[in-house]
Design a protein around this ligand. Structure first.
Ligand code: MSP
Length: 646
């Protein structure tokens, strides 16, 4: 295995919106395989990236008021952040807007045109814009796109075509001679019966109606249509047809193209045919995985049935998410993603089984051995089953990983974890300590640490934080943390120190989490309200409710008297319909007694009464103006006394 090359890819993703756990799934599977191969000593090249051209991006960016490049740049920065939080250990992130890719696609197009594999004609067909795919009438389902179920549109235009039909027989032969080329088998059979046996038709490979894409060099009114632009990334990213093509010479053909089931047929028909036309070797394997679904429906950007995966990482942990997606979804099948299940698995398999094993063992070594493993002998009759399982674990993981049975590889690891927990229950180290059976106690603790060492190494392809956390608490020398060393039980020496640290997998208390969420929501709403009130105060704004609290009525002045000893005040008797009120008002400078008598005025009737010059004033007349001119607000027209003013 040493230095043998391994080239693995994910599809390049459309940066047409935020990514969801469905997208993470494919990248995580590829990452686990890449990590596994690296641990085994392979020279791995793991490539992922983004497929940035086409009508969908053109439309979306226009909607967002951005240029397509500005639009995708933002999403790609966000995607790289997501991949880094998930621990996706890619060696190259290719973008179809990269200069090297654009130049190489143009060279490929020109080469195929010059050798007669691409020709100019007219295309008429049904086109699904979101899927960027043409379909024949027979492929449509009830007249709609067979992939996404949306409406298709009739498109007629001058186009370049790739002679796909020419490669039908060679492809068939290749499938027959290389039974492992397409997997899983059911998808290969599906592809053969649904698309292949009906006969391959030539493929439209350019559009004149799409601006955002790579121009056909000899005829720039044409844009290279999606599949030649996208599929070729697997070789352009290695420097194919460029002066710097060392990677291409080293890593091509790919060992594994991992793709989702809906793009499996493009990868199993168009891609190999293009490679045949370019006279290049074909990838060793194309694997079509299933979809992540929620309640039976594909998680997708257009359905919006998803959360940002970073929420799961923040709320639980990156390793819990990796564990769930890699273990609970069988590669090749659809898998259901449920938040409850995800949390439950984190609590049971990770916190209870793995987390508790590690913390119990460390606690016992600290308590009974002063924090140092002081024994080198492991032969204990109660440990036979455990030692056998731990000793054979790595080869079982390898066998499953080599067959892409990721969930079974993880099952093997947890099987050993469960045996270790049972070994504690059987041997009861606390009883051994009490009875001072020191020799047996030392052996038991040694066997447990050795099992944890092997299990932790075996977990390295799948979990990215946990192995380091465990080895920072059980300080095993680095030479015994390698994949190779984990193939032998009992190989590390005594005097290893342990030190209890943070809990590796704190349990997630769903109820408390819900309560916290509700409390946070209430708090947020409160803060929002307070802020609103503050804003209103600053801006002197009142709400309609506040305004409605002021009671205004039509009143009529029945009697006017001067207030003794006051220059400006009148004592008025005002009829407000339901009653008569005494109101003291400073109107002397502005109105005579005659002018006021019988006047219809606007009265605030729910003002708190106040004593003025010994007279209780119960209400207020509304007036406008200041200084020398003040005028009472009166009623325009014949409105009954006592009417409410709104
Ligand atoms: N750009 C093309 C691929 C070109 S490869 C030469 C494309 N992009 S995509 O963003 O729509 O999808 C990328 C990958 O994500 C596909 O393999 C697709 O199957 C996968 N997934 C998208 N939603 C998914 C789920 N809900 N579940 C699992 N994988 C899903 O297709």
């Amino acid at each position: 295995m040493e230095n043998e090359k391994y080239y693995i890819t994910t599809p390049i993703y459309y940066p047409s919106g935020k990514f969801h756990v469905g997208h993470c799934y494919c990248s995580l599977v590829a990452d686990a395989i890449a990590r596994y191969k690296r641990l085994r000593g392979y020279d791995v090249f793991f490539m992922t990236g983004t497929d940035e051209h086409g009508q969908k991006i053109e439309r979306k960016s226009a909607e967002a008021g951005k240029t397509p490049k500005e639009y995708v740049d933002e999403i790609i920065a966000d995607t790289k952040d997501l991949w880094s939080k998930l621990g996706i250990s890619y060696d190259k992130f290719i973008r179809t807007t990269d200069k090297e890719h654009v130049e190489c696609v143009q060279k490929i197009f020109q080469k195929l045109y010059e050798q007669g594999d691409i020709y100019l004609d007219t295309y008429e067909g049904k086109y699904c814009t979101p899927c960027e795919s043409f379909f024949t009438e027979t492929q449509l389902v009830d007249g709609k796109c067979p992939d996404c179920g949306r409406d298709v549109e009739l498109v007629k235009e001058e186009s370049y075509f790739f002679k796909l039909s020419k490669y039908q027989d060679r492809l068939m032969e290749y499938y027959e001679e290389h039974p492992d080329f397409l997997e899983p088998l059911k998808r290969k059979n599906e592809m053969l019966s649904n698309f292949f046996k009906q006969g391959l038709t030539d493929l439209c490979v350019s559009r004149t109606s799409v601006e955002w894409g790579i121009k056909v060099p000899s005829n720039p009114k044409h844009t290279v249509y999606v599949w030649i632009d996208a599929l070729t990334n697997y070789i352009t990213g290695l420097g194919y047809l460029s002066p710097a093509d060392e990677k291409f010479r080293k890593y091509w053909p790919a060992d594994l193209h991992l793709v989702g089931k809906e793009i499996f047929r493009f990868h199993s028909i168009i891609w190999p045919a293009l490679l045949m036309a370019l006279d290049l070797p074909l990838p060793k394997k194309i694997f079509g995985h299933g979809w992540l679904v929620v309640d039976g429906t594909k998680i997708s950007k257009s359905r919006g049935n998803y959360k940002d995966p970073r929420e799961y990482i923040n709320e639980v942990s990156v390793d819990a998410l990796r564990y769930f997606l890699l273990h609970d979804v069988t590669l090749g099948e659809d898998g259901n993603f449920s938040e409850e299940k995800f949390i439950e698995k984190s609590n049971t398999n990770l916190s209870n089984d793995l987390g508790n094993l590690v913390s119990r063992v460390i606690a016992m070594i600290e308590k009974y051995e002063g924090g140092v493993i002081n024994n080198n002998s492991y032969k204990d009759e109660d440990a036979v089953d455990l030692i056998l399982a731990a000793n054979g674990l790595i080869s079982k993981v390898e066998r499953n990983m080599d067959n892409l049975k990721i969930n079974l590889a993880i099952d093997e690891i947890f099987n050993v974890i469960s045996k270790a927990n049972k070994y504690i229950d059987i041997t009861m180290p606390w009883v051994l300590a009490k009875n001072e059976e020191t020799e047996k106690l030392n052996k038991v603790l040694y066997n447990l640490v050795e099992t944890i060492r092997i299990v932790t190494i075996a977990l390295k392809p799948f979990l990215v934080e946990t192995p380091d956390k465990i080895f920072s608490q059980i300080m095993i020398p680095e030479e015994y943390q390698t994949w190779k060393s984990a193939k032998t039980f009992g190989c590390f020496v005594k005097d290893t120190k342990v030190k209890k640290g943070e809990n590796i997998f704190p349990r997630i208390d769903v109820k408390a989490k819900e309560e916290t969420k509700v409390a946070e929501k209430v708090k947020k709403e409160k803060v929002k309200k307070v802020e609103e009130v503050k804003k209103e105060e600053v801006e002197n704004i009142i709400t309609i409710d506040q305004l409605m609290k002021v009671e205004l009525k039509v009143g009529q002045i029945l009697k006017v008297e001067r207030v003794e000893g006051a220059d400006k005040l009148y004592k008025l008797q005002v009829n407000i319909g339901s009653e008569e009120r005494t109101i003291v008002s400073g109107l002397v400078p502005y109105y005579t007694e005659e002018e006021l008598l019988n006047k219809k005025v606007v009265v605030c009737t729910n003002l708190k009464p106040a004593k003025l010059r010994g007279i209780m004033s119960n209400g207020m007349l509304l007036a406008a103006g200041e200084g020398e001119t003040v005028k009472l607000l009166t009623i325009d027209g014949d409105i009954e006394v006592g009417s409410n003013i709104r």
